[in-house]
Design a protein around this ligand. Structure first.
Ligand SMILES: O=c1nc2n(C[C@H](O)[C@H](O)[C@H](O)CO)c3cc(O)ccc3cc-2c(=O)[nH]1
Length: 309
């Protein structure tokens, strides 16, 4: 039996780590957003893949939600002294990931191959796959014009008003083989949308040709975990963006983002209440530590299995 999780970075990584901890090794595939990826200081940075990787390896920085725990910043300090860019912080340990990945990609390896090798090296027993091996780049249209994703998210701290989003390269991108294999796995038991930002993190995955169709045609239950508690995002700009788009942050607004793609929505107890078209399950959705992540992962899987009955 197998489970497919669909995840962005910070919020997604926590549930992904919980699922990885409670499922037997090899039974979980996590398909991860690469729309946030970019070239910076000559390196290919894949923030969501790295956030999920570090979380599954138990080496993530829990306060920041990205990067490595116990990080040092000598490289950034020196780069700043030399007049280099410092708005996007690359820690010394994290830097090794970007350098080795860039070297492998330039040597002709696919992103999938690089991710498989690095996750294995860090002792991760579940499959982590990029949504695609082809470049897809998220562009945010704002009141100040179009911004590349990290310019909007990190450099401008999401301050410009969000108007629209597009995923450059998506129309030419192919689903990564490992993602397609998980979607087509006859032993697939359930699909889980992690509590990532539906607009910034999940929409790019759905923009890859074939992904939405395959999810619509699923024969197994699909559940999403809402990233909101009482209208507020646990971390990040999801509430601001959903507000600026006039969508709101209610469970209904989340369910609308996944219309036709989910059978159940897990929400916090603060948001309990029935919805049309999807079954709702209310629980404590805040993940403070690995124990919460594992508990919530078990509850999400239990909910999905109940939907299959
Ligand atoms: O807010 C920040 N996020 C940083 N992130 C996080 C990242 O840009 C976003 O959280 C995601 O793209 C959104 O999911 C990094 C991620 C990496 O993998 C490597 C370096 C960074 C650096 C920053 C940073 O300086 N500031």
């Amino acid at each position: 039996m197998s489970i497919l999780a669909i995840a962005g970075g910070v919020g997604g990584a926590k549930l992904a780590a919980g699922l990885a901890a409670v499922l037997p090794a090899g039974e979980l595939t996590i398909a991860v957003n690469t729309g946030d990826d970019f070239e910076h200081m000559g390196l290919t940075i894949c923030p969501d893949i790295d956030s999920v990787t570090y979380a599954l390896a138990g080496m993530n920085n829990r306060e920041k939600g990205w990067g490595v725990a116990g990080e040092t910043w000598a490289f950034m300090d020196m780069a700043g002294k030399l007049g280099g860019e410092t708005w996007f912080a690359l820690g010394d340990r994290d830097l090794a990931t970007h350098v080795l990945r860039t070297q492998a990609l330039r040597g002709g390896q696919s992103l999938s191959a690089v991710v498989a090798r690095m996750t294995a090296a860090l002792g991760i027993g579940q499959r982590l796959v990029p949504m695609s091996d082809d470049p897809v780049r998220t562009i945010v249209s704002t009141d100040e014009g179009d911004l590349a994703f990290q310019d909007y998210f990190v450099r401008r701290q999401c301050a410009p008003v969000f108007r629209a989003i597009r995923f450059d390269g998506a129309e030419r991108a192919q689903m990564a083989a490992g993602f397609a294999a998980a979607l087509g796995d006859p032993g697939l038991e359930a699909i889980v949308f992690c509590p990532s930002n539906p607009i910034l993190s999940i929409a790019p995955i759905l923009s890859v040709p074939g992904v939405r169709d395959a999810l619509m045609r699923r024969r197994v239950p699909a559940v999403a975990l809402s990233p909101f508690i009482a209208g507020q995002a646990i971390k990040g700009p999801a509430a601001k963006i959903m507000g600026e788009l006039g969508l709101g942050t209610t469970p209904g607004a989340v369910a609308d983002q996944y219309a036709g793609l989910i059978d159940g929505l897990m929400v916090d107890r603060a948001d309990a209440g029935a919805l049309d078209g999807v079954l709702v399950c209310a629980t404590d959705t805040l993940m403070r530590d690995p124990a919460d992540q594992a508990r919530l992962a078990r509850e999400v899987l239990g909910f999905a299995r109940k939907l299959a009955d």
